[in-house]
Design a protein around this ligand. Structure first.
Ligand SMILES: Cc1ncc(COP(=O)(O)O)c(C=O)c1O
Length: 393
């Protein structure tokens, strides 16, 4: 109904998300099956209690009114301090934009920079929202394809041929959703050198950078020479602090970009929930011990899931460097991603996401989130193996 009244770009929006798959799984759960949920990118831990207390106290003392559109000043300062210390980006409070979840930073960036005909270079495999928003704005998505034989790690050589005078935005995501791969520091430095004189914006999605399983911290491209002004850093609290439902994120960018984001915020959500921002202040000021515990657990789950997948005949899965996703290759079974996801749901009662929604030429891949218990992962591996055995090759 009302299709004749609706805008074409809205009608063409088509997202296969974890939310949708969860609905599908519900049907099977209603029939009494025990579904193992590997579809949604959501930590199964509860938010650390000190963060909950800080937000509750803020609510009780009356922090229940509108906040400034760009965020509470003390929170913006706290974020800037964190970004300086953790990411090595010399940001100040005036560079920070607080949003309800990190996703609005994506939306505002595309709204502000992508005009019809513009090209957007998108990490591929990558978060489907980048592609959806490019199309929504009338832009052209250009796939920056990471190679499986290189553990899905991007190189400068992958990027160079894709950038031209039509390129307005380059979207990088390290660690990556759905592969968990990072861009190694040496490659990132080479990319920065290549990009810094180009007339374009880099959107660096760093939402998983605290969930990197390597020894050192990851380098932010915004910290490299000549890159801070042209980079919008996206980050937030959903993943590392198990705060998906709080909706709390932020972007760090040049002041001139903050200026154009401001009216977009006022016209859409006015501001981010006031007392929630006090939870965010506590998240960065308080003990980081729980974040480390969660990360170590994700790492153990990664090892369990990936070695289990690789021990199933004809399945291969590269080792994710971070985040909580595995992106196994089931191509030897000759089935599409959609068929595989249906098979896993109907025969193994495992809910997953089709790999081909994450980019170009990815049929035969599936994304599994390992943000669930080791018991569930062990059970899932057993069920997968027997479902695949029945299918054969
Ligand atoms: C790569 C990536 N960027 C951004 C987001 C958005 O995070 P939030 O839930 O804080 O909006 C997600 C969430 O799944 C993600 O995977």
């Amino acid at each position: 109904m009302f299709k004749n009244l609706m805008a074409d770009n809205v009608l063409e929006m088509n997202i296969v998300s974890g939310f949708e798959m969860r609905q599908k799984a519900k049907r099977f759960e209603d029939e009494g099956h025990k579904i193992i949920h590997l579809e949604l990118g959501e930590p199964d831990f509860t938010t650390p209690v000190n963060i909950c207390q800080a937000a509750s106290l803020a609510m009780l003392r009356g922090e229940t009114h509108y906040a400034p559109p760009l965020g509470i000043p003390a929170f913006r300062s706290e974020i800037a301090k964190y970004v300086r210390e953790f990411k090595g980006v010399p940001a100040e409070a005036k560079n920070v934009v607080v949003t309800p979840g990190a996703k609005p930073i994506l939306y505002y960036t595309f709204q502000a920079f992508v005009k019809p005909g513009d090209e957007v270079v998108i990490t591929d495999p990558g978060f489907p929202i980048y592609r959806v928003l490019t199309k929504f704005m009338g832009g052209k998505a250009v796939a920056l394809q990471a190679k499986e034989e290189n553990s899905f790690r991007l190189t400068l050589e992958d990027l160079v041929p894709l950038v031209n005078e039509k390129t307005k935005l380059v979207v990088l995501n390290s660690p990556n959703n759905p592969t968990g791969s990072i861009i190694e520091e040496g490659e990132l430095r080479r990319m920065a050198e290549f990009l810094r004189d180009k007339d374009l914006i880099v959107l660096s999605d760093e939402i998983y950078d605290r969930l990197y399983f390597g020894e050192d911290r990851l380098v932010s491209i915004a910290s490299l020479p000549g890159m801070q002004d042209k980079t919008i850093v996206l980050d937030g609290f959903s993943k590392a602090y198990a705060m998906t439902g709080w909706r709390l994120g932020y972007g760090v960018m040049h002041e001139s970009i903050v200026k154009v984001f401001n009216p977009l915020i006022v016209a859409s959500n006015s501001c981010t929930n006031t007392f929630i921002q006090f939870g965010g202040i506590e998240a960065y000021r308080g003990s980081q011990a729980e974040v480390e515990v969660m990360k170590e657990e994700f790492k153990a789950r990664r090892d369990l899931l990936v070695s289990g997948l690789n021990s199933i005949p004809k399945v291969s899965c590269s080792l994710p460097d971070g985040a909580f996703y595995a992106f196994p290759n089931f191509r030897a079974f000759g089935k599409s991603s959609a068929e595989l996801v249906d098979l896993f749901m109907e025969k193994a009662f495992i809910s997953s996401l089709p790999g081909d929604t994450f980019g170009v030429d990815l049929d035969g891949y599936v994304r599994f989130s390992f943000a669930t218990s080791r018991d569930n992962l062990n059970e899932a591996l057993g069920r997968l193996e027997s479902a695949l055995k029945k299918v054969g090759v």
